[in-house]
Design a binder for this molecule. Structure first.
Ligand code: IPD
Ligand code: CA
Length: 339
């Protein structure tokens, strides 16, 4: 297998055989641009964590500021557990500039920017880059080494490309629609990936983000719906605790999806997720053989989030659709976010 051949742009063609084609886009140029964005953004993330750890571990070093907090300065967004740092903003800015310098006619959705969604009608004949500069901001703030830069591309409403990069351990996953999914491992080897063969809930390792951000909303007018959400989450957690092999809370939805794609876990579900958390990971998951739907079982290749269940294959997903519930979740989310 190849070692570090992603740094040589002539080698990229071999990961694009059969890739979804469109006359106006070069698959190789998109992959190359996404790789550059991921590696350059990754340097900022690593530098921030390294600098912090250096200070924390060397309290008497001359250049240290011992009075600095152990965790990085952050601000809160939709709830007191939904966080953003200067690094999230800097990485998104860098990625956006790079994309627009190469693809000035494309559209851009980013978690930390002004445009957080684009209607189907405005996507007509357009490519849309969907970016989360740090997926796993809470992990990042705590120097917990599972964070990802997530870069997806959609044509109109269809997700066609995804790349997810964890700069903390240098793991990278990518896929073009119809080309299969690949992973660059920590040692630089690039391998095709496939989901696990698990076909029974009781041998499945399942990750989730529960629905933490929604649950911790401060919207005092939606107390009843927050309580309904808690009941849904409690019910589903109990079902998994009683029936699955075990549960994981990884802290990065993009990694949750890639872990299922490579067979590290067998399934993932969450309420309240957003398009930038999953656009890239869903392409990787599907190209690796995985299956996706809402928790209740509604299927769509291009889910835009809010309510997602994925599994290594359709057999396991259908079992989980039976076991878990999402009763009234659209009404509940709408109330929590807009009431
Ligand atoms: C979050 C992470 C987390 C998931 C949240 C996401 P962020 O993204 O993916 O695992 O549970 O729903 O919002 O805020 O760290 O980019
Ligand atoms: Ca983020």
């Amino acid at each position: 297998m190849d070692v570090l051949s992603l740094s040589n742009s002539n080698d990229l063609e071999k990961y694009l055989i059969g890739a979804y084609k469109n006359d106006v886009i070069s698959c190789k140029d998109v992959l190359k641009c996404a790789l550059e964005c991921a590696y350059e953004g990754g340097k900022l993330i690593k530098a921030s964590i390294n600098q912090r750890e250096h200070k924390d571990n060397n309290p008497i070093a001359e250049d240290s500021s011992y009075d600095k907090p152990a965790t990085i300065f952050h601000q809160i967004k939709s709830s007191d557990v939904d966080l953003v740092t200067e690094t999230d903003i800097a990485v998104e800015k860098l990625i956006k500039l790079k994309i627009f310098s190469q693809f000035p006619n494309h559209l851009f959705i980013g978690e930390e920017g002004d445009i957080k969604s684009i209607d189907t009608i405005d996507r007509k004949n357009k490519f849309v880059w969907i970016v989360d500069p740090i997926d796993g901001t809470t992990n990042f703030i705590h120097s917990f080494p599972i964070v990802a830069i997530s870069i997806g591309v959609a044509y109109e409403d269809e997700n066609i490309f995804g790349l997810v990069y964890n700069p903390m351990n240098d793991e990278l996953w990518f896929a073009w629609k119809n080309s299969g999914a690949f992973m660059k491992k920590v040692d630089g080897t690039i391998i095709p990936i496939k989901t696990s063969l698990c076909n029974s809930v009781n041998s499945a390792l399942i990750s989730t983000g529960f629905g933490m951000y929604l649950l911790r909303s401060n919207n005092m007018y939606a107390k009843q719906e927050i309580n309904e959400l808690l009941q849904l989450i409690e019910y589903n957690t109990r079902q998994l605790m009683l029936n699955s092999r075990d549960i994981r809370r990884i802290g990065s939805a993009a990694c949750d999806l890639c872990y299922v794609a490579m067979g590290r876990t067998d399934s993932y579900y969450e309420f309240g997720i957003r398009e930038w958390d999953i656009a890239a990971g869903l392409v990787i998951l599907h190209e690796a053989g995985g299956s996706s739907s809402t928790v209740g079982g509604i299927e769509s290749y291009s889910l835009k989030g809010r309510n997602i269940l994925v599994a290594c294959n359709i057999t396991l997903r259908l079992q989980l659709n039976q076991l878990l519930i999402d009763t009234d979740i659209n009404r509940i989310i709408d109330a929590i976010e807009n009431k």
